[in-house]
Design a binder for this molecule. Structure first.
Ligand code: ADP
Length: 856
């Protein structure tokens, strides 16, 4: 409640003898909120006067200065006379405003008879509303009043006891009940509750004691009820909590009872099962201790508790890991191993020889720390299947971990258990699945790991492959060392070059370059077709794929280094055949009893009064489907027409090179990709411009520089090659040159396109097409020397696949030709070039026509 500052200053602050002041509730007429106000002098319950002069002030004199206060405030007619018990003054604000805090004691109600608002504070004429002693005595005799008083007392006592219970106090409030008369008590009680302003006013207006008491009873009772409801809710919540605690206790007791009874019904109790599994895991002793500690911790936890599940999953992993469990090592039979490799793989003589050597060393010295074998080659050349043959030869389980695209060290080593959703790394996870500690583990695509901010997987792999370190391989999730030394590691990669050198150092690279069409044909006839037939539940009785058809698939439908697409196409044929056979099988019984069945069906139909319609027709012997059933004994033989029907129109033909180089400005190069060697066309064109060179086709810096070198070289030799009329003439005068490497979406880089670029430019500027049967590769220097390149074997195989007959190679690559299968070499012409001029001489039909003018 706020009071009029002026009134406080004049009537209370400076006076020794403080008089009474009056307090009136006011409403702010605009906002309808309550504001306290004050009046002073001459009111008292014992004054005896029925009317006296009063001073009134509003609390916010500053705010309402200059305004007509009557307009702003609406004064309530009933108020309370009060005595100041305590007075304090706040620090004066810069605006000159002072705040007072006044503690008042209300003495009695009064009624305003006349209000004077014109002074510095308001004064009023009032009449007290309190009863005289005689009147009071009279009321106290009233039976209604007595009942109400009692009722009020009961409610108040109840409230007090609830309050005392809650706050654990006693006695002090209860004293009030005995000493203060009920109607005053009603005022005191009600004043301490939170109520709306309207309710407060109505309490103030209740001069009649009976009315006042009954109102107070209502308010106190309401308060009591709300306390009770709140209490009930709390109890309910507490009740629920204790229920789960109770359950936990009961479970603990049940467990104890079961243990006591030696009850073997363990399946229900997964913790017991887990413990048993842990005991059977044969962990090393230090790890067993660690696991025991974790298990004790788990037992103390409730299943709902956070961390319970993660702790359990961790212990399950510890229990599942093959700490000692190993496939039994048989005495290695080298001859059997050789047979196994031979029966699974055609060709690959050197590779198989190397594998046998590797196995022989292992046999003589089982714990020999030989290098890790790494098969390097394009997809589908048998890297994975060789690794699984090694496992078979050793009599061990085989597992494969794909490392393609692994950039996060945690993929290898796991996340620490503090992470949410943490998991062990792929190695530990794989070992858990394979269930033995000595499998053959294939690290697939080891060249495709990369490093970024999340660590370097290669360094983790280094630890895995290092015999010194892998005895105590540390997975972050597992957090205890695991011995990987019994695992036989084999790796595969498409290229050796991206493998980080320290990792490559631990491995022995065995290259698988890809197959010639003849080799593919043999692989298909001996291995792929029998396997594909078997996979589809077919046999040669149903489907035969003759050699000629396989050759057509190799030539027209696949153009790859390996045999993966070949296998896929064969599978497509098998699927188509399977559908036919399955259809026929259905019709066979019909065929056998076709007449009987048909007549029966007909009879049924007629009996139902239905028309004879389509269902009956397929049974007719003229129908082609049915006539097929007679051919069930004769197999389906795949011919060219069937190939087109099942595999679609041919995807490749030998005319592609010829078509593409038909216009000048296109040359045929050989490049090296992760899919093995590839034929790469280079296109050049010229247009009106300012002598600029444009390059497209997702090129790296090295290849861009090659293009610059090639252009420079051609410009320097322009006159020699009669590309420009005179030596001092600028070849690019008034024109731009654009060079494009098609398959624009595939990124390309490397220096080996140098000679191809020169050939394309000379072809363009000399307006002469290159030979379609000739492909080339070679880096060039600015002065026109041809330098050797890598991947020669793969490139020659790619050219061979394309049906290209002549390949131009750098002279210094001669040594690489020994690796190329002789069948391929004998069907091709290999031309060795020392200088770019040699290349040009061979690239054009009838030699380079401008050569004789060369001054070189
Ligand atoms: P990679 O791991 O090199 O990508 P895969 O080992 O998966 O290739 O080989 C693809 C398919 O080709 C396999 O079914 C495999 O058996 C078969 N294959 C590859 N090379 C040969 C071969 N020389 N003899 C028999 N089958 C082969």
């Amino acid at each position: 409640m706020m009071t009029t500052v002026k009134l406080v200053e004049q009537e209370l602050w400076q006076r020794e003898e403080k008089g009474l002041i009056g307090i009136l509730p006011v409403r702010d007429a605009a906002e309808m909120t309550s504001v306290g106000s004050m009046l002073s002098q001459g009111v008292g319950s014992d004054s005896g006067e029925r009317s006296s002069k009063i001073q009134v002030g509003t609390s916010d004199a500053h705010r309402h200065e200059g305004k007509n206060q009557q307009e702003v405030f609406q004064w309530h007619k009933t108020g309370v006379a009060a005595r100041a018990l305590n007075l304090s003054r706040g620090v004066e604000k810069p605006s000159g405003r002072v705040t007072y805090t006044v503690v008042l004691e209300g003495l009695c109600r009064f009624n305003v008879e006349e209000l004077n608002t014109r002074g510095i504070y308001c004064t009023a004429k009032v009449s007290p509303l309190e009863m005289t002693k005689a009147e009071m005595e009279q009321v106290e005799q009233d039976p209604d009043f007595i009942t109400l008083s009692r009722q009020f007392n009961t409610t108040a006592t109840e409230l007090i006891s609830v309050f005392e219970q809650k706050h654990k106090t006693s006695g002090r409030i209860r004293v009030l009940l005995d000493t203060v008369p009920p109607h005053k008590l009603a005022d005191i009680f009600v004043a301490s509750f939170e109520m709306s302003f309207e309710e407060q006013l109505s309490m103030l207006d209740s001069v009649d004691l009976k009315v006042r008491l009954s109102k107070a009873i209502e308010i106190v009772d309401r308060h009591l009820q709300s306390i009770r409801v709140a209490e009930k809710i709390t109890q309910k919540v507490e009740g629920r909590l204790s229920k789960s605690q109770k359950e936990y206790l009961l479970r603990q007791q049940m467990r104890a009872i079961k243990e006591e009874l030696g009850d073997n019904d363990d399946d229900e109790d997964d913790l017991v099962a887990l413990e048993r599994k842990m005991q059977g895991a044969r962990m090393p002793s230090n790890i067993w201790k660690h696991a025991q500690k974790e298990f004790r911790r788990l037992k103390k936890m409730q299943p709902q508790q956070p961390g319970y599940n993660s702790s359990r999953a961790y212990l399950e992993l510890l229990a599942d890991l093959p700490w000692q469990k190993a496939s039994e090592e048989q005495e290695l039979d080298i001859k059997a191993a050789k047979d196994c490799l031979d029966s699974d793989h055609y060709g690959l003589i050197k590779v198989k020889q190397r594998i046998i050597e590797y196995l022989a060393v292992r046999k003589l010295k089982p714990d020999a720390r030989g290098p890790v074998l790494c098969f390097v080659g394009p997809p589908g050349v048998g890297k994975t299947s060789l690794a699984s043959s090694i496992a078979a030869a050793l009599g061990r389980k085989f597992m494969r971990i794909s490392l393609g695209g692994v950039k996060d060290e945690a993929d290898i080593r796991g996340h620490r258990r503090t992470y949410i959703g943490s998991m062990p790394g792929r190695l530990i996870d794989g070992l858990k699945k394979v269930g033995v500690c000595n499998p053959v583990m294939l690290l697939d695509e080891i060249d495709k790991t990369g490093s970024d901010v999340r660590g370097d997987p290669a360094s983790a792999l280094l630890e895995v492959l290092d015999p010194e370190q892998n005895k105590t391989f540390n997975d972050h999730y597992l957090n205890v060392p695991f011995d990987l030394s019994k695992v036989v590691f084999v790796a595969t990669a498409n290229r050796a070059q991206p493998i980080p050198p320290p990792l490559l150092d631990r491995m022995e690279v065995i290259e698988l370059p890809g197959y010639t069409p003849e080799e593919k044909l043999n692989i298909a006839m001996r291995h792929l077709i029998p396997r594909v037939l078997d996979q589809h539940g077919l046999s040669p009785e149903f489907l035969q794929i003759p050699e000629d058809s396989v050759k057509l698939i190799i030539q027209r439908y696949t153009r790859e280094a390996g045999v993966r697409n070949l296998e896929r196409n064969l599978a497509a044929l098998a699927r188509a055949a399977a559908v036919r056979v399955a259809e026929q099988e259905l019709t066979v019984p019909l065929n056998q009893g076709v007449e009987k069945l048909a007549s029966q069906l007909l009879a049924n139909r007629l009996a139902e009064g239905a028309e004879m319609e389509m269902e009956v027709i397929p049974i007719g012997v003229n129908n082609p489907e049915i006539s097929n059933t007679f051919r069930i004994a004769s197999p389906l033989i795949v011919d060219e027409g069937m190939l087109e029907k099942i595999l679609g129109p041919p995807r490749f033909d030998d005319r592609e090179a010829a078509d593409r180089v038909a216009t000048p400005g296109v040359s045929v190069g050989l490049v090296w990709t992760t899919f093995g060697g590839e034929v790469q066309f280079v296109e050049a064109t010229a247009m009106v411009g300012k002598g600029e060179l444009r390059l497209t086709g997702q090129l790296g810096d090295v290849i861009k520089e090659s293009a610059q070198i090639a252009l420079t070289w051609v410009r320097a030799r322009a006159a020699d090659f009669k590309l420009a009329a005179a030596e001092d003439l600028n070849l690019l005068e008034g024109r731009d040159i654009h060079i494009h490497f098609p398959a624009g979406a595939v990124p390309k880089d490397g220096p080996s396109a140098g000679v191809t670029l020169v050939t394309a430019l000379v072809s363009l500027l000399g307006r002469k097409s290159v030979r379609a049967d000739t492909a080339m590769t070679g880096e060039m220097t600015l002065r026109g020397l041809v330098l050797p390149v890598g991947g020669v074997k793969d490139k020659i195989l790619a050219a061979h696949r394309y049906g290209i007959k002549r390949v131009i190679l750098p002279e210094r690559n001669l040594k690489d030709l020994v690796e190329v299968p002789t069948a391929v070499l004998s069907s091709m012409e290999i031309i060795l070039a020392k200088r770019v001029e040699d290349v040009l001489e061979q690239a054009f039909e009838g030699g380079c026509p401008w050569r004789q003018h060369s001054k070189l």
